[in-house]
Design a protein around this ligand. Structure first.
Ligand code: BGC
Length: 730
């Protein structure tokens, strides 16, 4: 007994002493800044430098001696990328890394629903956490500048306000899991063509009013823990080490305390990387584990050249300590956060989330004679045509390509919904036929002919086409070559119409496409890339079990030259090989169409429902405001149809007599509400007047002119139902 109590006493003593010896950096009860300071004081110069660059394709070094873990990163932004080999892009063939694919970010933006964005962030963050990643390389918030950009599908559309409202909850949702969101690509990375070299020249107004707001919101409101520099140059300096963007705007003006990570291979210079705000260099080059040659990890710009420069006194250690502090801060917030949840992977909740996001983002663009919905049992025979009805749309597209646990194709979803005896399928076109020769024409003709035969005997036709994730489509690395649908889909659609006019067209894409057949088809929906639950979401919308409520996050031009950037010629897009001038300036997207009075094919914010809505009695709490006020606007919305549905109330402001060029309208508030048939709700929108400012280039700051403004309330940028005039006084 005595021996036992002595040993218990000794054990307690030893536990106590271990506790007392715990170094500050490991003590989670200590303030993070103190832990950082302590860890830094224990590290050698070599250990610190080793943290500032990659040690493999997706991971950077920790400090093994001190138990400080490596940083593991993953793409992003639609699901967790498969594991790859240490030094390579290719998959490592693990069998436990097949993820849930969530819809592409264009679809998320089209939901116009910040709550759904939070659900997205939380769910994908859980998957990242489960897979033990510290950093999720996403979301992407580069502005949709032209419909040719191969990566638009990874972004949140053309409007800085919409993308700002949508990015914040995504970032917060991810980070609730103790996983850092890495908001990308900072900044002005609006095309893939010549992305590594193009030097963007844009005015301060375009920069601050259009291209930076979503990043700013992600940093200041979302409190993002990391950000990714982009490949392109801005004003002559690569964005991964751009003094203006990283030091002055991000770190000084916005007080960003997280890590700037380079895009993979976006670093080009040691001096600039050291001095201009880059913290972690990734993907510069690799040549295998065994090589100690000139292109191994130790030769990165922030590796040996950095170390030598520090030793010789060329670089100040303060700069190194700042970088390492940021990395440690991120590690303490993520991997070394002992409170972080455990995450979840391919859970039923994630499937549910993916489906819900998809359903909220599908946009109904045309519906003559109530062609849609098609209730189950309405028709005996429904023809489904098009390669995208069966093709995987989560594979390809570059770094966002996913290895998924499952993907319900549109054909599978529709077959499950309507029954195998109702659905009949024909491919209609093939992405394999790309040659322009007689043999290919014959192959295309026979696919068309077969599809026409199938639709001839059907009661209704659902065509599922659009783009895909191939190179020169919706894909990283280059841009689309034209606005038109590829693979002779226009010819196919026209041929189908000759045999059956009851045709609904579904476009899978992350970009606007040309639609020469639009007036001839009765129904059209934009269905994006919807991920694992694509088929189920599409079937729920088409059958009417779910009422569509998505709104376009970018304008569809009638023809390519109607797009602002493209209308100014090569120097404005894609650039002259060296430089690219953003000549349209602040008039991006609907700001251009509105101001220049060009009618788009479909305007920003547009999307129909199976029911109808009426908006009346918009009023503000006062009529005269100061720039510090938050205007409260209320408007009555009534569901005037027969089906429950959601509408997005959108408020755009116009300055009546601006002193500088201002777009005719700018989105400054929106709210998505659900109404039962016949129900009326009063919707309240809050409009902080400070958000109405323009960037005054002369004064280098934001400015609100006193005077008259109109708040336009509507259901899209061109369907304004109510107007309220207000006065802003000095
Ligand atoms: C892409 C990034 C991506 C990174 C890692 C780059 O090519 O531009 O968005 O996160 O690769 O895969």
């Amino acid at each position: 007994m005595r021996i036992l109590s002595i040993s218990i006493f000794c054990l307690l003593l030893s536990l106590n002493s271990t506790k007392a010896q715990k170094p500050i950096y490991l003590d989670v009860n200590q303030p993070i800044e103190k832990r950082i300071e302590n860890a830094l004081s224990l590290m050698t110069l070599e250990e610190k430098v080793a943290m500032c660059h990659a040690q493999s394709k997706f991971c950077s070094k920790g400090v093994p001696r001190l138990g400080i873990p490596e940083v593991w990163m993953t793409d992003g932004p639609h699901g967790i990328r498969e594991e790859v080999f240490w030094d390579e892009w290719s998959g490592a063939k693990w069998t436990n890394d097949s993820c849930t694919a969530f819809p592409a970010l264009t679809c998320l933006a089209a939901s116009f629903n910040p709550e759904v964005s939070h659900l997205y962030g939380k769910s994908i963050g859980e998957e990242a956490r489960y897979r033990n990643k510290s950093v999720l390389l996403g979301p992407g918030v580069n502005i949709y500048r032209t419909p040719l950009n191969g990566r638009n599908f990874e972004y949140m559309g053309e409007d800085p306000y919409l993308s700002s409202r949508m990015v914040v909850p995504y970032v917060q949702g991810v980070q609730e899991n103790g996983v850092a969101a890495c908001v990308k690509h900072f900044a002005l990375n609006n095309q893939e063509k010549e992305r590594f070299t193009v030097n963007v020249e844009a005015s301060d107004r375009a920069l601050y009013e259009i291209y930076l707001p979503a990043f700013k919101a992600a940093v200041l409101e979302g409190k993002a823990w990391s950000i990714m520099g982009s490949y392109n140059q801005f004003r002559g300096q690569h964005c991964c080490h751009n003094d203006l963007l990283l030091n002055r705007i991000l770190k000084s003006d916005w007080k960003f305390d997280g890590v700037v990570i380079s895009d993979w291979g976006g670093t080009h210079d040691s001096d600039q990387s050291v001095n201009n705000g880059l913290d972690l260099e990734m993907g510069t080059w690799t040549d295998g584990l065994t090589t100690k040659g000139t292109s191994s990890y130790s030769s990165y710009y922030l590796a040996n050249p950095f170390l030598q420069g520090l030793k010789s006194g060329k670089y100040n250690e303060k700069l190194l300590n700042d970088k390492v502090s940021r990395l440690l801060r991120m590690i303490f917030r993520t991997t070394m956060n002992t409170d972080r949840p455990y995450g979840k992977f391919i859970s039923p909740e994630h499937s549910e989330a993916a489906r819900k996001i998809a359903e909220q983002g599908i946009v109904l663009l045309r519906n003559e004679h109530q062609t849609l919905p098609i209730p189950v049992g309405k028709y005996k025979r429904i023809a489904v045509i098009g390669e995208n009805a069966t093709r995987s749309l989560v594979i390809g597209g570059g770094s966002s390509s996913l290895k998924v646990a499952y993907e319900v194709s549109p054909l599978e979803g529709l077959t499950k919904k309507y029954g195998i005896e109702t659905i009949v399928y024909s491919k209609g076109y093939s992405s394999e036929i790309t040659e322009n020769n007689a043999k290919s024409k014959l192959a295309a003709d026979s696919l068309i002919q077969a599809a026409v035969e199938v639709v001839r005997n059907a009661d209704a036709v659902i065509f599922i086409g659009g783009l895909n994730k191939n190179y020169f489509q919706d894909s990283e690395g280059d841009d689309r070559k034209s606005l038109a649908l590829p693979y002779e889909q226009d010819r196919l659609i026209n041929a189908l119409l000759t045999a059956n006019k009851n045709l609904a067209v579904l476009i899978c894409s992350g970009n606007a496409v040309e639609m020469p057949w639009l007036s001839k088809i009765p129904a059209l929906a934009q269905v994006w890339y919807l991920g694992s639950e694509a088929g189920n979401a599409i079937a729920n919308i088409l059958s009417g079990e779910v009422n569509p409520s998505g709104k376009l996050p970018f304008s569809f031009p009638k023809k390519l030259e109607d797009n602002a950037a493209i209308s100014f010629g090569k120097i404005s897009y894609p650039g002259d090989g060296k430089k690219e001038e953003y000549k349209e300036d602040i008039l991006v997207g609907y700001r251009w169409f509105d101001t220049k009075k060009i009618t788009p094919l479909f305007p920003f914010g547009f999307g129909m429902s199976y029911t109808t809505f009426e908006m009346t009695k918009a009023i503000t709490d006062k009529t005269i405001f100061t720039s510090d006020d938050v205007i409260k606007l209320v408007v009555n919305v009534k569901n005037t149809g027969k089906m429950k549905g959601s509408e997005v109330v959108q408020a755009y402001i116009s300055e009546i007599k601006p002193t500088v060029l201002r777009p005719l309208k700018e989105l400054k508030a929106f709210s998505k509400i659900m109404l039962d048939a016949g129900e009326v709700k009063q919707v309240e929108l809050n409009l902080p007047v400070k958000d109405w400012a323009f960037y005054d280039e002369k004064a280098t700051g934001w400015k609100i002119n006193p005077g008259r403004y109109t708040i336009n309330i509507g259901t899209s940028s061109s369907d304004i139902r109510q107007r309220v005039n207000v006065q802003i006084k000095k």
